[in-house]
Design a binder for this molecule. Structure first.
Ligand SMILES: [Fe+2]
Length: 279
């Protein structure tokens, strides 16, 4: 449902998706009204981009608190003194490895609601992040296909994914812990967003392993169809970063891809993950 805003000015970059937030000064403390409108905008648009401005770690954490409770995030290194701020550095020794379509950590039953990311160092060109809208992807399908998908679930797992590669390079202890704690999980292929009430198509090439309760070849063909369908340009916004640029994504209604066209140049970002209290 189209919302109205008094304190911020969201400008969608695609119809109904990916709004650039104008009129937001993060040097000022965020009022409750501004935080509520940001949260509403995230539910409406799935992805918010915020024009470049410096953020202290405290301001970054406070911005994330507009959308939910600060959460642990994934398995990236942490900023010194800030256990809730993840740091992702790409340089000659650390090649980019997030150039695969995924929603974060969908291999857990309770996966992150979303993330606030800030780009601190940029390559001279390239290094975009692309986001795909699961709501638009569902709405673009024929009624019959939507009805068919609504009855199905899919299995998600970290094994055989970029996460397994990263864990194998990190430390054996973490790999063993993840292997012990996290078996395959099941999510519906069409998921109702708990805050917006919108239905979204929910599958990604990194972690979605099979469609359940259908023949093997039907599952394989369906996942390949969904992979291609969900990332068509009509549903994808590719964001060109500026230094200190900020973005907030809803991990339940979008998937993303970190374009890896700039190596061996450097790219450095910090991110704070949050979980919804509604889920
Ligand atoms: Fe990610």
């Amino acid at each position: 449902m189209k919302q109205t805003y008094e304190h911020i000015h969201p400008v969608p970059q695609l119809p109904g998706f990916a709004a650039r937030i104008e009129g937001l000064d993060l040097a000022q403390p965020l009022s409750g009204d501004v935080k509520r409108e940001l949260h509403r905008a995230l539910n409406e648009f799935g992805l918010l981009t915020i024009p470049p401005q410096p953020l202290t770690p405290e301001q970054h954490l406070d911005l994330a608190s507009a959308f939910g409770q600060i959460a642990t995030g994934a398995y990236f290194p942490r900023k010194d003194g800030y256990p809730d701020i993840e740091v992702i550095r790409t340089d000659r020794e650390h090649p980019p490895e997030l150039n695969v379509w995924h929603s974060d950590v969908t291999w857990k039953a309770q996966f992150p609601t979303g993330t606030v990311i800030q780009l601190l160092e940029l390559p001279a060109a390239g290094g975009n992040t692309a986001w795909a809208c699961g709501r638009k992807a569902l709405q673009g399908l024929s009624a019959g296909m939507q009805q068919y998908l609504r009855g199905l679930t899919a299995t998600h797992s970290w094994t055989g994914s970029l996460v397994e590669d990263a864990l194998r390079q990190a430390d054996t202890e973490t790999l063993l812990e993840v292997a012990r704690r996290f078996g395959p999980v099941v999510h519906p292929l069409v998921r109702r967003h708990p805050e917006s009430g919108d239905d979204v198509l929910f599958a990604n090439e990194a972690f979605t392993r099979k469609v359940n309760d259908v023949p093997f070849r039907e599952s394989r063909a369906l996942l390949e169809f969904l992979r291609e369908w969900m990332i068509q340009p009509e549903f994808v916004y590719s964001h060109k970063w500026e230094q200190n640029g900020i973005a907030v994504w809803d991990n339940r209604s979008t998937q993303h891809y970190a374009v890896a066209d700039y190596w061996p140049q450097n790219r450095l970002l910090q991110r704070v993950t949050f979980n919804s209290v509604a889920e």
